[in-house]
Design a protein around this ligand. Structure first.
Ligand code: GUN
Length: 286
């Protein structure tokens, strides 16, 4: 058996198109386009590429974006001041601070400064809390994107035994919360978990977010399982996922490729979140 390869790019493009059409419709009703403010601190090459992709997606679908490129040595106080002024600005609907941040800046303080109604990354404790109590508002883009990907593929989640590998604040943990909300029974694996192989082997749905190439062996996957690989690592000039894809694809029923699986969904969900932020706050009416 060979798995169905989930085409994340195609599904993401459909979501982008839907968001674009909604923005056009709202403009006809005299609502200005949503506006996303992006803060990029320092010169991390990967972060610059991610920010570029997000800005391009904004441009493609009619979202205005404003980037604040700050020097690596910018103080935390200056970053907080900038966020406070963006919080006040009625022309700004979404605020995104690209991570990782320089070591002298405390990410949790920065995230807590963002107005939760403009927190398009969904990282603010209020937004994580709302997801945890089953009343989500702005949801972390990658986990929410995975749910949308599975839904677009017609996969029903309620009752599945899901295994999430990786428990980071931005991806693994909110992924676990999303799956609980969707009715899965979830095993959350992390760096202290014993015998990950045995846990993976029992999963109907495996979602990995570790960032170590090929660490999840293809032979661990239960026959007929669904495999979603969020990990992405550059090895030489190739991008490699967490799952040993060439073996796993002969056991899984569905699998995401790397690249072209989850990645495009993260950006498309960010665009949708920016429109959602504008709608929630009722900003943008002329
Ligand atoms: N760095 C890597 N991924 C992300 C993301 O989704 N949001 C932000 N703000 N930074 C990131």
């Amino acid at each position: 058996m060979t798995a169905n390869i989930i085409n994340g790019k195609e599904i993401a493009n459909k979501l982008l198109e839907k968001t674009k059409e909604e923005i056009i419709k709202r403009q006809k009703g005299k609502i200005r386009p949503p506006c996303l403010a992006v803060i990029l601190i320092g010169n991390d090459p990967a972060s610059s590429i991610y920010v570029q992709k997000k800005k391009q997606a904004c441009k493609n679908i009619g979202i205005k974006s404003i980037t604040h490129n700050l020097k690596e040595e910018t103080s935390q106080e200056v970053v907080i001041e900038l966020i406070n002024s963006l919080n006040q600005d009625k022309e700004i609907d979404g605020i995104l601070v690209q991570s990782p941040l320089p070591k002298h800046i405390d990410e949790s303080i920065v995230i807590k400064t963002i107005n939760p109604n403009k927190d398009v990354d969904g990282f603010h404790p209020i937004n994580i809390g709302l997801l945890a109590i089953k009343t989500p508002k702005l949801r972390p883009c990658t986990p929410f994107g995975v749910i949308k990907l599975l839904d677009a593929q017609g996969i029903k989640l309620a009752g599945l035994d899901a295994v999430v590998i990786g428990a980071s604040s931005h991806v693994g943990r909110p992924m676990t919360l999303e799956l609980l909300l969707a009715g899965c029974t979830v095993t959350s694996c992390h760096s202290r978990t014993q015998n990950i192989e045995r846990k993976v082997a029992q999963g109907d749905l495996i979602i990995t977010a570790i960032g170590k190439p090929n660490i999840i062996k293809g032979t661990w996957i239960k026959k007929g399982a669904i495999v979603i690989d969020i990990g992405i690592t550059r090895v030489g000039n190739k991008l490699i996922g967490d799952v040993e894809y060439d073996i796993a694809k002969y056991r899984a029923a569905y699998i995401t490729p790397v690249p072209g699986g989850v990645g495009p969904m993260t950006v498309a969900t960010l665009m949708e979140n920016t429109l959602t932020a504008q709608k929630l706050s009722k900003r943008g009416f002329h």
